[in-house]
Write a protein that binds this ligand. Structure first.
Ligand code: NAI
Length: 395
């Protein structure tokens, strides 16, 4: 039996999925990409290239999507699996477009999910949403970049293993096995979406390092772009440690209150770094040395724009615009429900919201006007921890 998969998105991740899944026997792939003129560019590219080529360090595969659609109806009708290969800020828009056309038995997955994906999906899918099957990857399995639009994409690196969570939990073994087989990567099912949200280390590292690098920026251009991970100094490493400690405090409080809640995947930052990169970290004696001596991070630059006289920080880049409203702010919202103080996270968020020109965090908590465009639990009306944890089925 052939499984119909719809890939939503037209960027790097969508190209990799289209190439890999479009090459696999037993799968038939459609693309849904309503953004700008992307559908036309895919169609032209596929025709010219004869498919989507994925170039890996060891070879290449060519996938053949059967259709590229701009309209949501034909894109998802009859699809068994719908994959959102999108930045988190596009999840809600795309979900709203496809929701009326989804088969009730479709599995809807996000790669990566980022924080609060389940909150967004339940809100959009509305009635019967808790019967819907959704899943999320902790991260994208690949570092990848489009080479020619609609034609080829390069995989620069593949993660050894990726955490995944599934609702309802009983489907986890089935969905994990299917996606693992389809993508050829190791997937590690973890307890619930709450773990996925709290365990996201990008929400700490990206806004935290931006704060460390640029909190004292005086508006003058830098001569050269700044190194991102290798720019972590002792003070920034200490701050990242404290942010991680605050997340651990949330974990401990939640586990204490709900003895059946499994948050074992929410690891301290240093442990996560070792687990993910131990083979390429030359000096793991401190958190700072684990960043600056990590070969996987070598030479990676902070998001900056070229201007007359040099380079200035790009505060609209995803390290803030994705990792704050769909990451750190979600965690901050959970801390607020749990009554856990997060002074260092607050400090970073207060700085970041100014740079993003948003109003999230007020002296009374997450009550700013822009909370409505985030995935913090408060945005979805959760005002008590019990209602949140029990209502979302995390136990
Ligand atoms: P991308 O920047 O290539 O994707 C952009 C695509 O998203 C656009 O081509 C468009 O199809 C869609 N899109 C953007 N704004 C939209 C809007 N307002 N409405 C509808 N669609 C919109 O992103 P990429 O690289 O594919 O990444 C996807 C996710 O994976 C992101 O969350 C990214 O942070 C994450 N990620 C990516 C990695 C990589 O190496 N590319 C590595 C690790 C994580």
């Amino acid at each position: 039996m052939t499984i119909l998969i719809t890939i939503c998105g037209g960027g790097n991740a969508a190209h990799v999925l289209a190439g890999l899944l479009g090459d696999r026997e037993g799968f038939s792939v459609q693309i849904y990409t309503p953004y700008g003129d992307e559908a036309k560019r895919w169609q032209d590219g596929i025709q010219r290239n004869g498919g989507i080529t994925v170039n890996t360090p060891t070879g290449k595969v060519v996938g053949h999507p059967r259709a590229v659609c701009r309209d949501p109806g034909p894109a998802v009708a009859g699809s068994r699996v719908v994959l959102l290969a999108l930045p988190a800020f596009a999840h809600e828009t795309i979900l709203r477009q496809i929701a009326p056309h989804l088969s009730p038995s479709a599995w809807i997955g996000a790669l990566p999910a980022r924080g609060g994906f389940d909150l967004c999906a339940r809100d959009v899918l509305k009635e019967g949403a808790s019967d819907r099957s959704i899943f999320g990857f902790q991260t994208l399995p690949w570092a990848c970049r489009i080479q020619r639009y609609g034609q080829s994409v390069g995989i620069l690196g593949t993660k050894d293993q990726v955490d995944l969570t599934v609702w309802p939990p009983k489907l986890a073994p089935i969905i994990a096995a299917m996606m693992q087989e389809a993508l050829g990567i190791t997937l590690n099912p973890i307890g619930n979406f709450l773990s996925l949200t709290l365990a996201d280390t990008g929400q700490l590292i990206h806004p935290g390092v931006m704060y460390g690098l640029f909190r004292e920026w005086n508006g003058q251009p830098y001569k050269e772009p700044c190194l991102f991970y290798q720019g972590v100094d002792a003070a920034t490493a200490e701050m990242l440690q404290q942010m991680s400690n605050e997340v651990q405090a949330i974990r401990v409080a939640l586990e204490k209150r709900y003895s059946r809640l499994d948050l074992s995947a929410v690891r301290p930052l240093g442990e996560w770094l070792q687990r993910s990169y131990h083979a390429v970290i030359a000096d793991s004696s401190t958190l700072q040395s684990s960043f600056v001596s990590n070969r996987a991070y070598e030479g990676l630059l902070a998001p900056m724009q070229k201007v007359d006289g040099g380079f200035i920080p790009d505060f609209k880049a995803r390290y803030l615009s994705e990792d704050v409203p769909f990451g750190l702010l979600v965690t901050r919202g959970i801390a607020e429900l749990a009554g856990i103080a997060t002074p260092i996270v607050n400090q970073v968020l207060s700085w970041a919201q100014n740079r993003l020109e948003k109003d999230y965090l007020t002296t009374n908590g997450l009550q700013g006007a822009d909370v409505c465009s985030t995935r913090a639990p408060q945005r979805y009306g959760f005002d008590s921890l019990d209602r949140f944890v029990l209502g979302m089925g995390y136990l």
